[in-house]
Design a binder for this molecule. Structure first.
Ligand code: RRS
Ligand code: CA
Ligand code: ZN
Ligand code: ZN
Length: 171
């Protein structure tokens, strides 16, 4: 491309985030732990670092149901179906924002319900600039692949993110 498509990656390596709302289904500490573990999957393979912020941050994280404030086209659909969505990087306030469908049964550490860490890791792939992968085994595939206690990024996910954010120096 003759131009650099603005808004498809963060131009800085330090990315800030905060919760704008929490799920009622898990203790707050469990949710903050799940989110930081999800970010760590990506920071482990890039020069990116993630830190919590207080007011204006890059990635606002929230839980909502049905129509939850980002337009009727982005309304959630009750339990099942779409689990969450996220917006690509950019300068608009909504850029990077990540929303989880509160009608799902959000869990950690069990194969029941829907695992918050795994879904968050997928969504943060988008919030960092990745689209969906056609590799069904990749985290960035468009379908939730169920609970995996040792889930990790697929090579396809790593190749994708490193094409956006140069490899960690020295690795
Ligand atoms: C990858 C995931 C973490 C985020 C994606 C959405 C997404 O890409 N966000 O960035 C997601 O929710 N995919 C659906 C896709 C989907 C599967 N079905 C659907 C039925 C209706 C609507 C959507 C779906 C069949 C029934 C299973 C429903 C429960 C699981 N849902 C999914 O896998
Ligand atoms: Ca849903
Ligand atoms: Zn939304
Ligand atoms: Zn997705």
């Amino acid at each position: 491309l003759a131009y650099h498509a603005p808004g498809f990656k963060w131009e800085q390596n330090q990315v800030s985030y905060k919760f704008t709302s929490y799920s009622r289904q898990l203790p707050g500490s469990v949710q903050t732990n799940a989110i930081s573990k999800a970010f760590r999957k990506w920071s482990d393979v890039t020069p990116l670092t993630f830190r919590t912020g207080r007011d204006k941050v890059n990635i606002d994280i929230g839980f909502g149901r049905r129509e939850h404030g980002d337009g009727v086209g982005n309304a959630f659909d009750g339990r099942g179906g779409t689990l969450a969505h996220a917006f690509f990087p950019g300068s608009q306030p909504i850029a990077g924002d990540t929303h989880f469908d509160e009608d799902e049964q959000w869990t950690m550490g069990t194969d029941r319900g829907t695992n918050l860490e795994i879904v968050a890791a997928h969504e943060f792939g988008h919030a960092l600039g990745l689209g969906h992968s056609s590799n069904p085994k990749a985290l960035m595939a468009p379908y939730y692949q169920g609970y995996d206690p040792n889930f990790k990024l697929h090579q396809d996910d790593i190749d994708g993110i490193q094409s956006l954010y140069d490899r960690q120096e020295g690795h």
